[in-house]
Structure formats: C-alpha cells, structure tokens
Design a protein around this ligand. Structure first.
Ligand code: 9YW
Length: 443
C-alpha cells in the first residue's frame, strides 16, 4: 500500500476530505467513531471529534458533547459507548451489556468508561466560539454554563469510585477503559484473568478488517467478555465490583488525562464564578499529577501503570510512559521526557516513515508494527500531546508533531492507525477522530 501521498496534496484538500469524513459519519446528533467498524458514539472519540468540529461548526461540536452527556449515568460515569438508536452492527452491543440501575432511561450504553478528555474539548469549543464571536460564542458559553455540573460530577466519580484509596491514580476494570485495548501494558494483568463461562459470541470487528493480525486474538476477546460478565453480574455497581474484579489496574495515562482535564475544567469553573468547585478541581489536578509523577521509573524515565491485584509496576515501553507530558509536572521531569520522546527509541527512530511516537516503542521487544495498540501510530494522540506541549511551552515538540502528523494524514485515508515504518494506513479508514485531528492541525 502507498505510504505517502503525492506531494501535491494541499492543506485545502486535506481539510475538505476531513470535513467529508465527519459529514459522512454524522448519524444525527452523534458522530460514528468509524463508518463500518464502530457505528456508534465512543466517549473519548466524541471529545476529539468535537475538537475537530469546533474548527468548522461550533454548534455541531456542542451537539456532539451534549449527546454524549445524554448517556451519563446517575453515578456521574460517562460510559465508553453511547449506542446509536438505529443500532449499527457492533459487538458487544446493547443486549450484551444489558441495563443497569444507574443507566439513563431510554438510552443504551456500555457499562464501562473511557479517558476523561471532555473538558479539554469543551475548552476548545469555548475558544473557537469566542474567536468567531456572535452566535457561536453564545452557544458555546451557554453550553459550558449549563453543563459544568455534569462534567464536575464526571470528574468526582472518577476521583472516588475509581480511586477508592485516594492514591492519585485512576483504576480501570477493563483494558477497553484505557482506550489502549490490547496494549502490551495489559498483557500481565490479562494473563492472570481466568475467564469464567462466557455466553457464546461472534465478533464483528474481524469482519471489517482485511488482516486478522491487526486485531486482538479470540483468546484475548474471551477475557474481555468475561470482565464484562463480571460487571454485569453486580449490576455495574461501583463498590460491589471491587472485591471480585479480575482486572484492576491503575492506569497512568488515564490518570494524567484526569489531571490535565481537571485543571482545564477548573479554569472554566473560575470563568463561571464557581470558585469552590474550581478549587476542588485544582486539588484533583494536583492529586492526580502527583500520582502520575509517583510512577516514574528512575532508570527509564517513563511512567508506569500498577496492577492493583499484585501491587506490581507494569513497565512496558509504550506511549503511556509519557503520561507526565499530558498531566504536566516538574520542569526537569518534563524536559527529560521531551528528550526521550524525541530520541531514537521514539520519534527519532531511524526507520520511521514519519517522526511520530508510536503506540509501543519500535525498540521494544513487544513492538508489532501492524497490530493495533502494539506498535502503530494513532493520529488523535498526536493532537493530545501537541496540546499539552503547547500548554507547557514545549513549542518545538508541538511543531514537530504537527508537521509529521499532517504529512502522515496527507494520504487522505484518515486511517484508524498507521504502520510506523512504511506509513501504511491500517484498521478502519475514514475514522472520525483521525479526520478531526487533521482539522485541528489545520486550524
Ligand atoms: C472497540 C473507537 C475505539 C477507541 C479505542 C480503540 C478502539 C475498539 O476503537 O476500541 O471496539 O471499542 O482502542 O480507543 O475509542 O475508535
């Protein structure tokens, strides 16, 4: 497959192709994460989609987040999937997840969560609305004021239900909650999951991709489904799952996002005059930033996850190791991480088609160039890293990420993920958050 597009592709062509992808994936009030593979709204995808939409249509960006909020559980949790009413073909679908007491009436969702990037998207919407002024500004500001308490409830739920001991790290109960489904980070914890009986299943993802080596194996899938059954067996109750969960991992990257997003939401709270809540969010940001910092491996300089069930650190060489670049932290830590990510095990690896950090280091024994979260480059993550780098004044890193990512996206496939060495598009094509990334880069 062709790694790079002809040099004649212009920014205007990238923009119009990206807009086209988002239009085609628009199901009404929500954007399908991908046209065939993921025909529903995914939580963290929706946030990145909103960032991209805010560049072209502020009211539509607001709608994206509003629809997602319609799926928020009574506990405050935002579920990882809001199923489209028209029921696109996806497994595990709404029947497999079932209903839970905390699920909103009349809405079908999954029963697990995903990283809380939403406040960052809300900030982007506000900024774009204010740049445009007029109706866009009014809609964005009204939305922020009207929904502040719901985002606050979301952050509070994560800080309590998912950090019951107050260590400053969010625990996840399923690899899917991380958004890094089959990352080598989860190999150890999954290897200790002994799946109980799982109702028969037929996967759908494998029908949509050409090469099965790009997807998780059936054995991995059985464990994924067992964790779902465990959650379902307790009605998705946050306390009842803790003593029985076969997978409990403190996810450092998720925690870093919570830290960053809590600071952003605090800033919005301050603008709204919600000072006690803003102070609470600042304290959350500090707590989770400190949690992230506490995981650093002194030898490698990378952040680590922790398996709650064994108490052990998980030290895999994945992009999640750069969690401090997302959460922010001490200047010397950020400078060290910026050096590492631009070094030869990452962006500076000599074999890369584009100098971008891959999901797993090409220098790691766990690296698989075509397999999902075990190696390929995920464009939406580049936007998150560049946003955080800009926040922390690392403009060189932000600029390098933007340039290389735009080169990659000029193949106009807007693939779900890319082979790092050849630059070949992999997984789904016309993936919404990839198109959104292009729009954000183009400004
Ligand atoms: C799945 C939708 C989702 C992303 C995840 C990614 C993948 C597969 O696709 O998950 O079936 O949920 O790992 O981060 O949100 O794009």
């Amino acid at each position: 497959s062709a790694p790079s597009a002809p040099a004649t592709v212009t920014d205007a062509q990238i923009r119009s192709a990206a807009i086209d992808v988002l239009r085609r994936n628009d199901l009404g009030g929500m954007t399908a994460a991908a046209p065939d593979l993921y025909p529903h709204q995914w939580s963290w995808d929706a946030a990145f989609v909103a960032i991209g939409l805010a560049r072209i249509d502020v009211p539509r960006a607001v709608t994206e987040l509003d629809t997602l909020l319609g799926a928020q559980w009574r506990t405050g949790m935002i579920p990882h999937i809001r199923f489209a009413a028209q029921g696109g073909d996806y497994f595990p679908g709404p029947q497999r997840w079932g209903r839970a007491p905390a699920m909103p009436d009349g809405v079908w969702t999954s029963g697990i969560t995903q990283p809380p990037v939403h406040a960052i998207a809300l900030r982007h919407i506000l900024d774009r609305g204010r740049e445009n002024g007029g109706h866009d500004q009014q809609i964005a500001e009204e939305f922020a004021a009207a929904t502040f308490d719901r985002w606050l409830a979301w952050h509070r739920w994560l800080a309590t239900a998912r950090d019951p001991e107050g260590v400053g790290l969010v625990e996840i109960h399923h690899g899917w909650e991380s958004g890094f489904d089959n990352s080598p980070r989860w190999d150890g914890p999954y290897s200790r999951v002994v799946p109980g009986p799982v109702p028969p299943f037929e996967r759908r993802d494998t029908a949509h991709v050409a090469d099965l080596a790009e997807r998780p194996s059936d054995d991995e899938y059985r464990r994924y489904l067992w964790l779902l059954e465990q959650k379902r067996s307790v009605g998705y109750d946050d306390a009842a799952i803790l003593p029985i969960a076969a997978f409990r991992v403190r996810d450092v990257f998720f925690s870093a996002i919570l830290a960053a997003a809590s600071d952003v939401l605090a800033g919005i709270g301050e603008e709204l005059g919600r000072l006690p809540e803003a102070a609470e969010l600042r304290a959350l940001a500090r707590r989770f930033r400190a949690g992230v910092t506490s995981t650093i491996d002194p030898i490698t300089g990378l952040a680590r996850d922790q398996d709650v069930l064994t108490g052990k650190w998980i030290a895999k060489e994945t992009i999640a190791g750069f969690a401090p670049l997302i959460s922010g932290g001490f200047p010397d830590l950020l400078a060290r991480q910026s050096r590492i990510i631009r070094g030869r095990r990452w962006m500076g690896h000599p074999g890369l088609a584009h100098p971008l950090p891959s999901s797993t280091s090409p220098a790691s024994p766990d690296f698989r160039p075509c397999t999902y979260w075990r190696g390929p480059v995920w464009p939406f993550l580049m936007v998150l890293f560049a946003w955080a780098a800009t926040r922390d004044g690392d403009l060189v890193l932000a600029k390098e990420l933007r340039g290389a990512s735009l080169d990659q996206l000029s193949d106009l496939t807007f693939a779900e993920y890319y082979e790092p060495f050849t630059g070949a598009p992999l997984g789904s094509r016309a993936q919404s958050w990839t198109a959104a990334a292009a729009l954000e880069w183009l400004g």
